[in-house]
Design a protein around this ligand. Structure first.
Ligand SMILES: [Zn+2]
Length: 217
């Protein structure tokens, strides 16, 4: 089984190929690969990302069929169904890496900031359930000087929301906590830049004994 840090390195390399326009056509999406995967999958990473059409995980990490177990929801929020999806994948496929993937200029974050500034009270309860999950991690930011700098505010809010989702996931269930403590499961945050195409990973834990730390400090 691939370790979390090996999986992370594979994602970094794929993103570098994507950024340098060295990516695809993805050989691993061939007909033979499709037939092979019909008998089972073994994804090396789980991505909990935003639904934004500009942030498709397989493309920005240059991966093929069967490589990534992807959960997408507006604002990359963590609700029970996302926790359940992660539990399913880590238990079923022994996947060791979970990436919470947010992105610059996220519409869900901007909508939440607008709601904080001018509460509308007219959103559907379903949409409100997303805004309400984003709100706690960014509310404090709107009380700082960042309020005067809208672009900076969104940037910081995106990061705060990613960090909050990752933290929530790490403690989302006893199953996940146990796997983190005893089985080498790692949950990291990452931000994708719509402009540059680069994924910036953060809150990556120090490598366990026996693994190189140079890439992750
Ligand atoms: Zn988004």
């Amino acid at each position: 089984m691939r370790s979390a840090l090996e999986a992370l390195e594979r994602l970094r390399e794929g993103n570098q190929r994507f950024v340098s326009e060295d990516a695809g056509p993805q050989a691993l999406s061939s007909t033979s690969r499709r037939k092979e995967l019909a008998n089972g999958q073994n994804p090396f990473a789980i991505i909990l990302g935003c639904s934004d059409s500009r942030v498709p995980a397989e493309i920005i990490f240059d991966q093929g069929l069967g490589d990534l177990f992807v959960i997408r929801v507006a604002g990359n929020i963590v609700a029970p169904s996302q926790i359940g999806s992660v539990e399913f994948a880590v238990e079923r496929y022994d996947t060791k890496l979970v990436v919470v993937l947010g992105h610059s200029m996220c519409g869900a974050i901007q909508a939440t900031l607008e709601e904080l500034e001018r509460p509308s009270g007219t959103r559907s309860p379903n949409l409100r359930s997303i805004v309400d999950r984003v709100r706690p991690s960014i509310e404090e930011l709107t009380l700082t000087d960042l309020r005067q700098q809208p672009d900076k505010l969104v940037h910081h809010a995106v990061r705060a929301n990613i960090r909050a989702s990752a933290a929530h996931l790490r403690h989302g269930s006893q199953t996940i906590e146990h796997l983190i403590q005893h089985q080498g499961l790692v949950v990291v945050g990452a931000e994708y830049s719509l402009e540059s195409g680069v994924v910036d990973f953060f809150d990556v834990p120090a490598a366990p004994q026996g693994e190189s730390t140079s890439e992750f400090t």
